[in-house]
Structure formats: structure tokens, C-alpha cells
Design a protein around this ligand. Structure first.
Ligand code: ADP
Length: 275
């Protein structure tokens, strides 16, 4: 409790002046907000020139009469780098939008199979390039998940992308989906045989800018925000996320729970009148 002088009483009854503490905490909060605003503006300004650059590249690649082979190769490299930059900046924008509550989600009943397959499509080239095997047996086509199609594909794509990034050549990435034991929820799992996550980082990897220090060699230029976007989007859908790993070198397992569509309503049993 504070007295009128801004001092607090400790358990032993001694008085401590905590005005400095309160001031520091307020200053830190303000600095944090200013950092978020700055990141949002930065991401916005960086994103603007990327779309015309993409269009320009596309036009060059489809130039009538074709281009010399060397130019084609250079354009392909530029395209890959540009795509990487677009992903980073889009993640930054999403972090800011989630912070500011500015993301509007659609709530559609979606085929779980379609969502997972679309996410896989986006990452197939990377899996091939990294020499990784994919284990995917499909899911029950009748299962429906409730949510925003673009955002759910982004969430699963992000986990698959990470699995590919953090699994050495020759490894395996597994995608599974199905009903959960918890009624009304569906479970999606992305497992890999990669470098794993130390136990003390399993929860922290979902925090903004958190990266396992030993992984920085494998990161290929990440910012440590992809998983915070995944968590933010999943929670906005009313779901939750969790990571498991038996430790470094033992692979990782990411789980997402999402609400299923067409929840069975409890049966209304009409009792005969007079009883
Ligand atoms: P980044 O851009 O660094 O990959 P993320 O937010 O996607 O950012 O992930 C945060 C950190 O979690 C990564 O830097 C990495 O240390 C760890 N991580 C994420 N996915 C995996 C995975 N499948 N295997 C091992 N470590 C992972």
C-alpha cells in the first residue's frame, strides 16, 4: 500500500519510496508503445515499394522474346530474395496489427483438408530444395474448422516453413490433422526431425523476437516473430498453441487447437408434460 508520500510499507512495516519504481515502469511502458508504433510505421513504409518491385520483376520475367539465360537466373535470385523480404515485412506488419487489435477475421466453416493442403502447396518447393521428406496422409474430408481461410493457411504454412528451416537435409516433416479429445476442437500437428528446442525455450519461442541463440546459424535471416504471429492469430480464432521437444537434436512438435465448425448442439429432450 502507498502512503500519501508515495511510500510503500514492507512486510516488516518499514517504509520504502517506490515513486522511482512507478516512474520507471511508466517510462518503460511508454518506450514499449513507442517501439511498437515505430515498428508499425517502419513495416508500412518498407512494404510500400515491394509491390511495384514484384510487379516489375514479373514483367521482366515474362518479357516477349525472352531474356538471355544469365538474366533469367539473376531474376530468379531477385525473386526469391524479394519473396523473403515480403514475408519478413508482412510478419512485422501482422505483429503490429495484432498488438493494436487491427486484424479482422472472417469466420467461415472451412474444410480442414483444404486448409492443410493449401499450406503444404506453399512450402513444397522449400521442402524439396532442402531435401526433406514429407509425411502427409490427408485428413477426414468431412472435418470443418471455423475461421479465416487466408489466416489459417498462413498459420500452418508458418509452422511448416519453420520445420523446413530448422531440419537438416535428409530429415522428415510430418503434417497431421484430426479431431481432438476435447469436444468442439480440432488438432493440427507439425512435427519435424530437426534441431529441436531446449526445454526452457518451449514457451518463450512464441514471444515476440524470441529466438533460440544456438539456432541463429540455421535461421536464414528470421526476426523471431513468426511464432508470435501464429500464437496471436490462433488465439484470435479461440484456439491455442503449444510446442514440444525432447531437447536439442530431438526434433520438434508444434500443436494447434482450433474450434471446429458445425459443433453438435446438445440435444433438447422434451419431457412429457405432467411429469
Ligand atoms: P524465426 O524467424 O527466428 O524462425 P519464429 O518466431 O518463427 O522466428 O521462431 C522463433 C524461434 O523458435 C526460432 O528462432 C527458433 O529458434 C525456434 N524454432 C521455431 N520453429 C522451430 C523448429 N521447428 N525447430 C526448432 N526450433 C524452432
Amino acid at each position: 500500500f502507498l502512503d500519501p508520500m508515495g511510500r510503500a510499507k514492507t512486510m516488516t512495516g518499514a517504509c520504502v519510496d517506490i515513486t522511482d519504481y512507478v516512474r520507471t515502469r511508466e517510462a518503460l511502458k511508454l518506450a514499449d508503445r513507442q517501439k511498437d508504433d515505430f515498428l508499425a510505421t517502419l513495416a508500412h513504409e518498407l512494404r510500400n515499394p515491394l509491390s511495384p518491385l514484384r510487379t516489375g520483376l514479373h514483367l521482366l520475367q515474362n518479357l516477349k522474346g525472352g531474356l538471355p539465360r544469365q538474366a533469367d537466373q539473376v531474376l530468379a535470385i531477385m525473386q526469391r530474395q524479394l519473396d523473403h523480404m515480403v514475408r519478413l515485412v508482412d510478419d512485422l506488419l501482422d505483429v503490429a496489427r495484432i498488438q493494436q487489435g487491427k486484424i479482422l477475421l472472417r469466420q467461415d466453416p472451412l474444410s480442414l483438408q483444404a486448409v492443410l493442403e493449401q499450406a503444404l502447396e506453399g512450402v513444397q518447393a522449400l521442402l524439396d530444395a532442402q531435401g526433406l521428406a514429407l509425411v502427409w496422409g490427408g485428413v477426414d474430408p468431412a472435418l470443418r474448422v471455423m475461421g479465416d481461410p487466408t489466416r489459417l493457411v498462413q498459420v500452418v504454412g508458418n509452422l511448416l516453413n519453420n520445420a523446413a528451416k530448422y531440419t537438416p537435409r535428409g530429415g522428415r516433416v510430418t503434417l497431421r490433422g484430426g479431431e481432438d479429445t476435447q469436444p468442439g476442437m480440432l488438432l493440427i500437428e507439425v512435427a519435424d526431425t530437426g534441431i529441436g528446442i531446449p526445454p526452457d525455450m518451449l514457451e518463450r519461442v512464441f514471444e515476440r523476437f524470441a529466438q533460440v541463440p544456438d539456432h541463429l546459424d540455421h535461421a536464414q535471416g528470421g526476426l523471431g516473430i513468426g511464432l508470435s504471429v501464429v500464437k496471436g492469430l490462433v488465439e484470435m480464432h479461440g484456439g491455442r498453441v503449444a510446442a514440444e521437444s525432447a531437447g536439442p537434436g530431438a526434433g520438434s512438435l508444434f500443436r494447434i487447437w482450433l474450434p471446429r465448425a458445425e459443433r453438435p448442439e446438445p440435444l433438447e429432450v422434451a419431457l412429457p408434460s405432467g411429469r
